[in-house]
Design a protein around this ligand. Structure first.
Ligand code: TLP
Length: 348
């Protein structure tokens, strides 16, 4: 019963349930009060995460949104600005939290189709020291870049941005919610991709299947500042070892297999691209997200298609008037991929 799914759910990899091994580890986890730093399982997860990211320390937080918020709050003050892409998750989907809770201004510049920010745009965006201007404190990159199609961002590019930020006295925060997908796609390590960043956030509860949680990593000094901010936000979670136990399995057992999700995304995209009325961007997908659009001349609304698919027990995401987002994950197998291609061909 635990593992029967009524729908083929491709709306996101956030929908993944914990694996049987995770559930067992959660049931047996050794716990303590994490606010007193006495939860051995949380401590173990934070150390492991820091090691994987090549940083001094880590902090377990409730969600990716909370992690990004804490990272921004710890590295800027009211009236400061954070420079980020106009398609970035922090700008689009985090409820304006950085301005609501930190008074931090989002200075947006265009995301390029490959998820990067143009270096010239970044150079121009960083404000001069002038009392008329807000203080530019932080640059935020996202890897993989969700809204640009789940594209991975290279370590070389991230280093270029890190160098620019540090030369101009700013810090670099990396929203690496899916950094392990990027590492697998680029055949490198998360540590390499995160090296230029002062702080990096990654999610345990997406493709890695843990039920809850993300980790922020950075220097020991920054993490202790962030621990205080987490408490201020009400994010001190007490016997959170129950959750961290699943996170440890996510890090130790679930990373390599992400290649399978990428392979399934490719199969799905190839199949859908054959359907008249659907259009796929060249060179996509690169990780576990398939962004596919209805051809302009096709008048059927994406919402209508989504409903018809739902009646066939398939859930997909809608990005805008023309685009669907389909995200592959642990609980999607080859049979599901074939069923989704068939269903689309019947519906479109
Ligand atoms: N992304 C979700 C939705 O919010 C759009 C999804 O389904 O993809 N950074 C990135 C790059 C993300 O994609 C997300 C979640 C987050 C941060 C926030 O993580 P959570 O959902 O744990 O707050």
């Amino acid at each position: 019963m635990l593992y029967s799914f009524p729908y083929i759910d491709l709306r996101s990899d956030t929908v993944t349930h914990p694996t049987p091994e995770m559930r067992k580890a959660m049931a047996e986890a050794e716990v303590g009060d994490d606010v007193y730093r006495e939860d051995p399982t949380v401590n173990c997860l934070e150390e492991l995460a820091a090691e994987k990211m090549g940083k001094e320390a880590g902090l377990f937080v409730a969600s990716g949104t909370m992690g990004n918020l804490i990272a921004v709050l710890a590295q800027s003050s009211r009236g400061d600005e954070a420079i980020m892409g106009d398609l970035g998750h922090t700008f689009l989907f985090e409820g304006g939290g950085i301005s609501a809770f930190g008074g931090v201004f989002a200075h947006i510049i265009p995301n390029q189709p490959d998820g990067t920010l143009d270096i010239c745009d970044l150079e121009t965006a960083i404000r001069p020291i002038d009392i008329h201007c807000p203080i530019s404190r932080l640059i935020i990159l996202e890897n993989t870049h969700n809204h640009c199609g789940g594209v991975p961002i290279s370590a070389a590019y991230t280093k270029q941005v890190g160098d620019l930020a540090h030369t101009r006295g700013l810090r670099l925060h990396l929203d690496g919610a899916r950094i392990f997908n990027a590492a697998v796609a680029l055949n490198t390590s998360a540590k390499e991709l995160a090296a230029p960043a002062d702080t990096v956030l990654f999610c345990l509860s997406k493709g890695l299947c843990a039920p809850v949680g993300s980790v922020i990593c950075g220097s020991r000094a920054l993490i202790s500042k962030m621990r205080r901010i987490r408490k201020q936000l009400g994010g001190g979670m007490r016997q959170a070892g129950i959750l961290a136990a699943a996170g440890i399995i996510a890090l130790e057992k679930m990373v390599e297999r992400l290649a399978e999700d990428h392979y399934h995304a490719k199969l799905l995209a190839d199949g859908l691209a054959q359907i008249n009325g659907l259009e796929l961007y060249k060179g996509m997908p690169q990780t576990n997200m398939v962004f596919i659009s209805m051809k302009e001349k096709d008048k059927q609304a994406v919402g209508e298609v989504k409903e018809k698919l739902k009646s066939k027990k398939i859930l997909v995401g809608i990005v805008d008037r023309r685009h669907f987002r389909l995200v592959t994950h642990y609980w999607i197998d080859r049979k599901d991929i074939n069923a989704v291609i068939t269903a689309f061909s019947e519906v479109i």
